[in-house]
Design a binder for this molecule. Structure first.
Ligand code: MN
Length: 155
């Protein structure tokens, strides 16, 4: 079921975050990165696929140039409305802390498989072709949800 994990983690009577609904936004796909001052400051990258926002948490600032690759940990799908969410998630709630939009725009999908996504991002801070590559579990990064996020050369 779509967004099941998202719903399970949240109490919508207590958090100002949007309740879960699956819907398509239209021709242009949504791209957004939210800066999230939770226990650890991180950046939540979200890309619209299949009526939801596929989501990755980046422990460090997203790369604007081709020199830097960032770890991106895949998290639960979020509803489309979440792209515009800014506010404070209350203490005691999942992800408690301040959420603000760090960058937003649209993207064109260039490539998509289970291990690789190439998105042509049209944001204000990030522009051009970016790749997300799924990492095989290693001793340093065990687990199935680790990806690398980086700007493609010449992208
Ligand atoms: Mn977050």
């Amino acid at each position: 079921m779509p967004l099941e994990e998202y719903k399970k983690k949240r109490d919508f009577r207590k958090t100002p975050e949007p309740d879960a609904a699956v819907k398509e936004s239209g021709e242009k796909r949504i791209y957004v990165i939210q800066k999230h001052k939770a226990t650890h400051l991180h950046y939540d990258l979200r890309l619209e696929f299949d009526g939801v926002l596929k989501s990755w948490a980046l422990p460090k600032e997203p790369p604007k140039d081709e020199k830097t690759k960032r770890l991106a940990v895949m998290t639960e799908d979020h509803p489309i409305e979440y792209a515009e969410f800014e506010g404070i998630i209350p203490e005691g709630q999942y992800g408690a802390g301040k959420v603000e939009v760090w960058d937003t725009g649209t993207f064109g999908l260039e490539e998509r498989s289970n291990e690789k996504i190439v998105a042509n991002i049209h944001g204000k801070k990030l522009t051009g072709k970016y790749a997300l590559i799924k990492l095989k579990p290693t001793a340093r990064y065990p687990g199935e949800n680790n990806w690398l996020f980086f700007k493609l050369k010449g992208g």
